[in-house]
Design a protein around this ligand. Structure first.
Ligand code: SAM
Length: 209
């Protein structure tokens, strides 16, 4: 399977219909966490299994991974977990899907593709337009989590989010993880690899003010 797909390719212009929260989750009133670029969703499976008082949604641009994750969630009868295939940027450019952002308690960008060359920066999932959408529609007090092992990408994401006056960086030590979707409990696949290889991780949490 291809590791990197170009999100700007016309293959991703079409967006699948995004189901309503009632269609996606057994209890649509539970707090919602969204993971962007969730790959096969193992991190979300771990969380959904333990935190049954949260709903978890993953968006991933590699269709095969999403198909497999959806089947696995059905098989295991996990009803607080759902996956959507598509380019997250395209999905949220469509006003019909803004209800998801309005209902979020938190959103994570775990080890997004770095796209090292400057001419490829437009392919990065965190873009000023995306952050503006989050800033316009996320509820006050909701959170953005970013994590990467690429220092330059961290600075790029940090500047992009911090230049929006509606988001304030939180110090991890002042943050009460037990009141959140508790991302500290589990590692993503990339995170496991990075920790095993003793590579530095750069992370930050932002709150909508
Ligand atoms: C480096 S992987 C990290 C996967 C996982 N979050 C982890 O930490 O192990 C980045 C993931 O983001 C997905 N991705 C990249 N751009 C995307 C976009 N615009 N919309 C949705 N998913 C995207 C990629 O296909 C890939 O699965």
């Amino acid at each position: 399977m291809r590791q990197h797909v170009n999100p700007l390719s016309i293959n991703f212009d079409e967006i699948e219909r995004i189901p309503s929260l009632i269609e996606m989750f057994h209890d649509s009133k539970l707090p919602l966490h969204l993971d962007i670029g969730c790959a096969a969703g193992e991190f979300l499976f771990d969380l959904a299994f333990v935190n049954t008082n949260w709903n978890y949604l993953g968006i991933e641009i590699r269709e095969k991974l999403v198909k497999t994750a959806k089947l696995k969630a059905q098989d295991k009868e996990i009803n607080n977990l759902h996956f959507i295939f598509g380019n997250a940027n395209k999905i949220f450019n469509d006003y019909q899907n803004i209800f998801l952002i309005k209902n979020l308690r938190s959103i994570s960008f775990n080890f997004p593709d770095p796209w090292f060359k400057k001419r490829h920066y437009k392919r990065r999932v965190i873009q000023p337009e995306f952050i503006n959408i989050l800033s316009n529609y996320m509820q006050k007090g909701s959170l953005i989590f970013i994590k990467t092992d690429v220092k330059d990408l961290f600075h790029y994401m940090d500047i992009t989010i911090s230049s929006n006056f509606n988001f304030k960086a939180l110090d991890k030590k002042d943050f009460n993880f037990s009141e959140s979707f508790n991302p500290n409990k589990f590692q993503t696949n990339r995170e496991k690899y990075v920790i095993f290889n003793q590579i530095d991780i750069f992370e930050r949490i932002y709150i909508k003010i």
